[in-house]
Design a protein around this ligand. Structure first.
Ligand code: PYC
Length: 335
């Protein structure tokens, strides 16, 4: 059959889109979500591009497909589908999927107020607060996050040489703090940050090949995201960021994995302590509340377990067709 139907529920987490595929996702082979993610990428990536890229999606679209848990003690498993690929972990995607999944009855937790979610990057413990049929907030305990490298440098067109750190929070982030050649993300347009990011991400991965590989899952590798730090809009917030991902996206949410990487970096530099709250603003000013929940290690590297708390809203139902016989743009396009 050439026409594939996907029943979707669309929402956003603090401004960044989340499209949950309720029906139409493929059956995948694998003992866990890391293996299933590989199967999806090799056989079904057209579903991601068809649903995330134009004309059915856009540069910032992101989504998820739900699967049964592999371990009967967990509630469900998730595949993240984004314009940037299938991320090992996505914070805003988790907050959005949990909100949509609970409000729409797709996720039925064993214990009220708690969900155990299997992500490709690892097991994620989630808490939520519900009032009547609405989810007020979702708090996720993310995977072990750590500072992977300090004080690296890269030449950036227009700005000059930039110094940056690399931290892992579910994806690898190059974190660029304000410095001589960069006054902070508040002084640049999203278009400028996208232009700089496209070039420096490529240069970083060329200059530091094989440098950023997760110690426990080598399919998670390379700098995929750039976090531009800056001055918060609200003086009581801890920081603000513009996170670049995919080819042309600046996260509208404060970015869950980016906030986790940021907290791991600050912890390693003794600028954030266990138990301390970290209020992170996004490019549009929406906030996540981060916290260092535990201090741990990964393969001997000091690490933290961060939590991220935020909210999401459903804005509609969407039945989408991908018709390979009739539509020349069935698998989407990017310009
Ligand atoms: O919230 O982790 C996140 C995320 C990754 C890419 C966009 N948002």
């Amino acid at each position: 059959m050439a026409r594939h139907t996907f029943v979707c529920i669309d929402g956003h987490t603090c401004g960044n889109p989340v499209r949950v595929i309720k029906e139409g996702g493929p059956e995948l082979i694998g003992r866990n979500m890391s293996e299933k993610r590989k199967h999806f990428i090799s056989e079904y990536d057209w579903i991601r591009t068809g649903l995330m890229f134009e004309p059915r999606g856009h540069d910032i679209m992101s989504g998820s497909i739900l699967y049964p848990a592999h371990n009967p003690e967990n509630d469900f498993a998730i595949l993240f589908i984004e314009t940037s690929g299938c991320l090992p972990m996505c914070g805003h995607g988790t907050i959005g999927t949990i909100t949509i999944g609970l409000e729409e009855g797709l996720i039925k937790p064993r214990k009220t107020g708690k969900v155990l979610m299997e992500a490709p990057a690892g097991l994620i413990e989630i808490e939520y607060k519900q009032t009547k049929d609405k989810i007020d907030w979702v708090k996720l305990k993310n995977v072990k996050s750590y500072l992977a490298a300090e004080t690296l440098s890269i030449a950036c067109p227009d700005l000059g040489v930039l110094t940056f750190d690399v931290a892992y929070g579910g994806n690898f982030y190059a974190i660029i703090d304000p410095q001589n050649n960069f006054s902070g993300m508040q002084d640049y347009t999203a278009g400028q940050l996208i232009q700089f990011s496209q070039i420096i991400r490529q240069r970083i991965n060329e200059k530091y090949p094989e440098r950023f590989i997760h110690p426990e899952d080598e399919s998670i590798r390379d700098v995929s995201h750039i976090l531009w730090a800056g001055k918060p809009l609200n003086p009581s917030s801890s920081g603000r960021n513009a996170v670049f991902y995919g080819d042309k996206a600046i996260d509208r949410s404060p970015c869950g994995t980016g906030t986790s990487a940021r907290m791991a970096q600050l912890y390693a530099k003794n600028k954030l302590q266990l138990g301390e709250e970290f209020i992170h603003e996004s490019y549009i000013g929406s906030t996540f509340i981060g916290k260092i929940e535990e201090v741990t290690e990964i393969n001997g590297i000091p690490a933290i377990i961060p939590s991220i708390k935020g909210w999401a809203k459903i804005y509609g139902y969407n039945t989408i067709y991908i018709d390979e016989e009739d539509d020349p743009f069935a698998h989407g396009f990017q310009v």
